[in-house]
Design a protein around this ligand. Structure first.
Ligand code: NCD
Length: 317
């Protein structure tokens, strides 16, 4: 994409959002501040005309409920409009022309593109072809940077700070793109990251290595009980059925961890339970009424963060 003149304070203007590695702490503080303003708009008048006349293309090659609908809602609440394209059938990005041609088409009609695609690196490829900003809405098992931003925003809103926290990530840490992005984003802070997964679903070594290079204390175990009492944040993930080649293996590991009210009896009084959703049994419904259950507030925050990101990349904050 082409470079545009940045507005002071807004380093997002005209930029792609592809990976959490592109953010510094200042960028996060900036975007969280804008997101708070967006919450006031949504809870007050409900909408504004900040992005009137702007068009977002929402190009989703994989299923999505929260990411796509929160981007659509975000654009609508800011007075813009959306071209929604869902569950597209595709030919491999590396072999075919399909994604670049689609991107070239959509950039004629819109000002920003959100892309979700099953192949890792697809958002980068799209961005190389596009003249308008591309936002990665999840690229296979690679990254989900906007989810990581809303996750971090939620931690800050719920607990008041990020430095000093112990974050326990549990479930499918191998295929879960949300934890791949969140762990790296958290490494900008003084946190401890404890990974809980069965051996076959461990956090990839390259991510553990990246955390350690940045001086983040990390730990790994398959037993949630070992770390639960220390957790300030318990980040639960779904076992990613669609990424398994061996469905028998999926069946074996899918029920590895289930958070129930009994589990939370052993956790701190002041902590948060988070989940990017959808859940398929990892958190029992009885947990929903526990004040520590933050996952519904977390998904609400997704809209404020995406309002902030759209305004920022379009230079309207
Ligand atoms: C996540 C995703 O798509 O990676 N969902 C989401 O965006 N909220 C998590 C998941 O599908 O398990």
């Amino acid at each position: 994409m082409i470079t545009m003149t940045p507005i002071p304070g807004n380093s997002f203007y005209g930029r792609d959002i592809l990976s959490v590695d592109q953010f510094a702490r200042d960028d996060l503080e900036y975007i969280f501040g804008v997101a708070e303003g967006m919450r006031d708009i949504a809870r007050g008048p409900g909408s504004s005309d900040l992005l009137r006349g702007k068009v977002l293309s929402c190009l989703f090659y994989e299923p999505s409920t929260r990411t796509s609908s929160s981007f659509v809602a975000a654009m609508s609440r800011l007075g813009g409009s959306v071209i929604p394209i869902n569950e597209v059938h595709y030919s491999s990005v590396t072999k075919g022309e399909s994604l670049p041609d689609t991107i070239r088409t959509l950039e004629c009609y819109s000002d920003v593109i959100v892309l979700r695609h099953p192949e890792t690196g697809s958002a980068r490829i799209a961005a190389d072809f596009a003249r308008i900003p591309v936002i990665n809405g999840g690229d296979g098992i690679g990254e989900h940077p906007t989810q990581a931003l809303l996750d971090l925003f939620t931690i800050q809103e719920e607990l008041g700070h990020i430095d000093g926290l112990s974050v326990v990530m549990v479930g499918d840490l191998k295929y879960g793109r949300t934890v791949h992005s969140l762990a790296r984003l958290l490494s900008l802070y003084n946190v401890r990251i404890l990974c809980v997964a069965p051996d076959v679903l461990r956090m990839p070594d390259r991510i553990i290595a990246q955390l350690q290079e940045r001086g983040i204390p990390t730990g790994e175990t398959a037993d949630l009980n070992v770390v639960l009492a220390d957790a300030d944040v318990l980040y639960v993930t779904r076992v990613q059925k669609e990424r398994f080649e061996d469905q028998a293996l999926y069946e074996r590991v899918k029920g590895s961890y289930v958070i129930t009210p009994q589990t939370l009896r052993r956790a701190k009084e002041k902590m948060v339970v988070m989940h990017p959703l959808p859940r398929v049994g990892e958190i029992s419904y009885e947990v929903d009424s526990d004040p520590r259950a933050a996952y519904f507030r977390q998904m609400e925050n997704g809209m404020y963060i995406r309002m902030a990101l759209l305004a920022a990349v379009l230079g309207k904050t």
